[in-house]
Design a protein around this ligand. Structure first.
Ligand code: NDP
Length: 346
């Protein structure tokens, strides 16, 4: 059990995922919830009470820059809508704080570049909240693929989707500026389920193969509600070609439920279903059932990152801004492929 100084984290944006992170922080050895940044005073009050957060560690989006004078905050964890990640990563870096930003890192490669440069300039570490990099089933997928336990992987299927929006909502009329509906607002989300969920399919196929895709093709499905999905796609399927010929066929959706990963290699197969969500996961290989402990993904991720930052050790490549940028570059190519019907080379 670690008893040294903990990394003091401020959560920025107190929505659904910030709650999961707060629970993770309660179960973390190396990190603690020290501060909050929120646009809603009532939330500030409720969180202050629940987590015993001192008044001086509470910020809103206007006075956030004053955090530079607060030695009791080491790192800002940005859990805002995707389109706001860049602004708050830049502001946190300028305040001299380390940053973790949620996935997707940003809504364009240009924004990722600006974020990486700002953190470098400020001498702070930048991580992307890829929770599955520390999850035991995914560490096993990575081992099975990269160590070629069943030989060369030739084909992958990966899909993540949730039936998130219903027709009734569409008929009631959706307000794209509603805080609840930012995922449908292109400037706040950067895109639909590909940005939000498809990123896990891209990530997992990349780390199972240990390679970068060389070309993509993609198709939008027709949205059931043109009104609800006026700005972003409801569902998308896409294919990624990897060096050596391996292919990943992937899908993500706000219109149907799916959560699985499957790989076919020369001498066997391995798969998870559920496999990309918060779990608990279930999996098997052609040799039998896979079984690992169901862990708190957020606490595990925070501990791995927090320990390194406390030790002043540079974060490993697979969790940095450069890694986040790679996924956004692929996402941009997938959208280009779906919009043009062309095969896009990377
Ligand atoms: P929510 O809508 O639940 O929360 C977003 C929060 O951001 C709001 O509660 C609000 O907090 C703040 N906010 C500030 N400005 C706006 C605005 N204009 N519109 C809406 N919200 C605003 O979203 P999630 O928590 O689900 O997602 C947040 C981020 O986390 C996204 O980038 C998402 O991709 C990522 N995420 C990652 C997951 C993972 O497994 N790694 C899982 C889920 C989400 P306040 O009221 O305090 O100001």
């Amino acid at each position: 059990i670690y008893t040294g100084k903990k990394l003091n984290i401020a959560l920025c944006g107190l929505g659904n995922y910030a709650e999961a992170l707060a629970y993770g922080l309660e179960n973390s050895q190396y990190c603690r919830l020290a501060g909050i940044v929120t646009g809603h005073p009532a939330k500030a009050e409720a969180w202050q009470k629940q987590y015993a957060i001192p008044e001086k560690n509470i910020y809103n989006y206007q006075d956030f820059d004053n955090i530079k004078n607060n030695a009791d905050i080491d790192l800002v964890y940005v859990v805002l809508p995707n389109g706001l990640h860049k602004e708050f990563v830049l502001r946190a870096a300028k305040a001299g704080k380390h940053v973790i930003t949620e996935k997707p890192m940003a809504t364009s490669v240009a924004d990722c570049d600006a974020m990486i440069a700002a953190c470098k300039r400020a001498g702070v570490q930048l991580a992307v909240g890829y929770r599955l990099h520390y999850e035991p089933y995914h560490l096993e997928l990575k081992r099975l693929g990269q160590e070629k336990v069943f030989g060369e992987v030739r084909y992958i299927e990966a899909a993540l989707g949730y039936k998130t929006y219903d027709e009734a909502k569409a008929l009631a009329g959706v307000d794209f500026n509603d805080q609840q509906e930012w995922r449908l607002n292109k400037s706040l989300s950067g895109g639909g389920p590909l940005m939000d969920l498809g990123i896990y399919c891209i990530q997992s196929s990349r780390y199972v193969l240990g390679k970068e895709p060389v070309a993509v093709t993609a198709q939008f499905s027709k949205a059931r509600s043109a009104k609800l999905f006026a700005q972003v796609e409801e569902s998308i399927t896409w294919q990624m070609e990897f060096p050596g010929g391996a292919v990943c066929n992937a899908a993500s959706s706000y219109g149907y439920n799916i959560d699985r990963f499957f790989a076919s290699a020369d001498e066997g197969t391995f798969e998870l279903s559920p496999g990309l969500s918060y779990g608990p996961f279930a999996g098997k290989t052609s040799n039998g059932i896979l079984h690992f402990e169901d862990i708190n993904q957020q606490a595990t991720q925070l501990d791995a990152i927090g320990k390194l930052i406390l030790e002043n050790t540079p974060l490993p490549a697979h969790i940095t801004g450069e890694e986040g940028r790679k996924d956004i570059r692929i996402i941009e190519a997938i959208y280009r492929a779906a919009n043009t019907g062309q095969r896009i080379e990377l």
